[in-house]
Design a protein around this ligand. Structure first.
Ligand SMILES: [Cu+2]
Length: 93
C-alpha cells in the first residue's frame, strides 16, 4: 500500500478488516496470524497488525513468484478462536 514501508523480504501487503455483525463496528483488537504458502512450497507466517488510519489489518509478504498462493488466516478475538479455510489466490504475471 502506498506510503507504507516494506522491508526487502516483502513485495505485497495483504490486508483485511473484520466487522462485528451485532453492532456493525470494526473489530480492531483481534489477534490475526496469516500463513502463506508460496508456489514453490515455502511459507511465511506473520502477525497482521491493525493499522490506524488505514482501518485495516495488514501484513507484508514476499510474493515474487508466479502461480498459486494459499493463505491460512488464524484469528483470535474475545477468547474465541476462529479457524478459516485456505484462501487461494493466483499470480499470473
Ligand atoms: Cu496497510
Amino acid at each position: 500500500m502506498e506510503g507504507m514501508k516494506m522491508n526487502a523480504d516483502s513485495t505485497h501487503e495483504l490486508s483485511g478488516s473484520l466487522l462485528d455483525e451485532e453492532n456493525k463496528k470494526s473489530i480492531t483488537d483481534a489477534k490475526i496470524n496469516l500463513k502463506i504458502i508460496r508456489p514453490d512450497g515455502s511459507d511465511q507466517i506473520k502477525r497482521a497488525l491493525w493499522m490506524e488510519g488505514m482501518n485495516h489489518y495488514g501484513a507484508d509478504f514476499k510474493m515474487d513468484q508466479k502461480g498459486k498462493y494459499q493463505i491460512l488466516p488464524s484469528l483470535k478475538w474475545e477468547r474465541r478462536n476462529i479457524k478459516q479455510d485456505f484462501i487461494t489466490i493466483y499470480r499470473n504475471s
